[in-house]
Design a protein around this ligand. Sequence first.
Ligand code: GDP
Ligand code: ZN
Length: 428
Amino acid sequence: MLPINGIQLLYQSSIRFVQPKSEPCRTGDDSPRLSSAQPSERLKQHGSQPTMSKKKKTRVEFRRNRAKPPRENDITRQFATDAERTEDAHSTERVRAKGELSRHRTVTVGDGDGTGRAVNPDVCQPGRVLRVHGLNSYVEVADGRVFRCVVRRLLKTLATDERSVVTTGDRVWIQPDQVIPNPAEPTGVIERVEPRHGVLTRASRRREHVLVANVDQVVIVMALVEPELKQHLIDRYIATALKGELQPIVCLNKADLADAAEYQPLIGAYAQLGIPAFLTSARTGIGIERLRRLLRDRATVFSGQSGVGKSSLLNAVQPELGLRVREVSDTTQKGQHTTTTAELIRLESGGWVVDTPGVRQLQLWGTRPEEVEGYFVEFHPFVPLCGFPDCTHTHENCCAIRAAVSRRQISERRYHSYLGLFHGVAEG
Ligand code: GDP
Ligand code: ZN
């Protein structure tokens, strides 16, 4: 399973208690109403901000790359077989051949969750993996140059089933090669991968593969008409986004074809949950400036059924962008480039759009039924008040959620979405 810290956090706020049998149901009439700030605050706590992980600097013994080990027990080889040992290696490693190896260096150390422990900031620089193609990862650094990088062999030994060493979207440290024959294509080596948040995954052969890391948000595109708006689908996409620790944003597109006023209550309902929702039209330009602002400096994936206008919206944000996204996914669907994974595409106005063939229709993969309530933020204040600690909110008496629905404190529409998801997930 992938780390789902965010979800665990949601559960922390849902500590429940069992009601004594003799007492009548207390289903939360006096319970607090959900403030609109809550969900986004919670997302912030999940670390969905596009910041590098916390690091501290430390002095370590520095051994020069590729220096031949004078000792018989080759520590580099031990690393290859025993990843654990890398953790203490820097503190136990001793001075080697005189003059070459005994220098001290200040290095940046991550919070222990990343891959590859220490880097030397004198020779390394931070970057972002735009795409991975075979053994090459294309890493963009601060000055906009893109380096074709291989992965330091040591890091590869730290890969696990759930964690490929380097994936699109990773924040990494690279050491640029000293000799670069072709300045148009600088090359380097990935030395460290920072801890990930907001991962998009794909199930394949009963395993979950990380397609993109460090995605900040999902723009859920729905058309008001053509195809007809399916409100429960919005809730499904929102739940999926929250499961992945991504901020959902709802675009109700093709606003030029419908009566906008009719949708204000729906938009208001999402705003109350801390989820930006607004009308857009790729045709007339309604909402495009707002969308562009929301995309700035963040990594965003566009999701939604085919035909709702994802490509058209991307083109409205930046001409040719939708076209490019479509080309990539088309070739992938035909299986021509099986090694092509997701790609980050730089926006001229700042930020990245993530092209993720295959995950347009996000699925709540690997979700347990009891997790579903966690993705319905407005349920949270009421969940502790349910009569049974394992209340499923589907049929139980003394269910505070059902009581809140009948008091119209929770929307009936959202509750039905919950039921649909709960049963869908339960059936597998
Ligand atoms: P995608 O499959 O989600 O990428 O959808 P497309 O961007 O290919 O759009 C599907 C169809 O809807 C195309 O014929 C577009 O011209 C049309 N379309 C997209 N956005 C709008 C819009 O805002 N208004 C109108 N009237 N049509 C739109
Ligand atoms: Zn309940």
